[in-house]
Design a protein around this ligand. Structure first.
Ligand code: APR
Length: 174
């Protein structure tokens, strides 16, 4: 795995990076999980800015300031809800990573942290999601000079172990 991709077990709201990615819903008006944690940490101005974005389609990404977060920006993306894998979920999840990275690049972001999108409330199987996430991160880094570091932030030890084994698996395939 490229040295520019880091896998950590942490709380994304604590990270001093240029941008953190939020696993939002299509309203962009907050929710539970990492969405709730990011809004709580950023403060009410984040919701005010989100209100004028008029939502976000699944697979798309929109950027706001980070306000009280240590991160400068929040990139909000909406992951697919898992329906068994027959509703284009893999491609929609891949687009969340690609579009978030494209938005980051346009904003001249060098360091960006992702939660494990769609693997909580939205029920996407974590093993499958981690392979998609790491593949998209790796492919993106191979074609950009702007984004220097991508961090995959796991909120539980269990998820952390899964990401590590997915990373070893893809290293083994090289
Ligand atoms: N830091 C990092 N990761 C976190 C944090 C945190 N502070 N809190 C939760 N997570 C992790 C979860 O453990 C999970 O692995 O984020 C991942 C995504 O889970 P959810 O937050 O439930 O997001 P998702 O599955 O994409 O569902 C999105 O949930 O919160 C609502 O408004 C949100 O409707 C949307 C839906």
């Amino acid at each position: 795995m490229d040295q520019q991709i880091e896998i950590i077990h942490d709380d994304i709201t604590k990270l001093h990076v240029d941008a953190i990615v939020n696993a939002a819903n299509s309203s962009l008006l907050g929710g539970g999980g990492v969405d709730g944690a990011i809004h709580r940490a950023a403060g009410p101005q984040l919701l005010e800015e989100c209100r004028v974005l008029h939502g976000c389609e699944t697979g798309e990404a929109k950027i706001t300031k980070g306000y009280n977060l240590p991160a400068k920006f929040v990139i909000h993306t909406v992951g697919p809800i898992w329906h068994g894998g027959t509703h284009n979920e893999d491609d929609l999840l891949a687009r969340c990573y690609r579009n978030s990275l494209q938005v980051a690049e346009l904003q001249r972001v060098a360091t960006i942290a992702f939660p494990s999108i769609s693997t909580g409330v939205y029920g996407f199987p974590i093993e499958r999601a981690s392979r998609i996430a790491l593949r998209e991160m790796s492919e993106y880094l191979a074609h950009t000079t702007q984004v220097k570091k991508i961090i995959a932030v796991c909120f539980s030890q269990h998820d952390y172990q899964i990401y590590l084994s997915s990373a070893q698996e893809s290293d083994g395939k090289r």
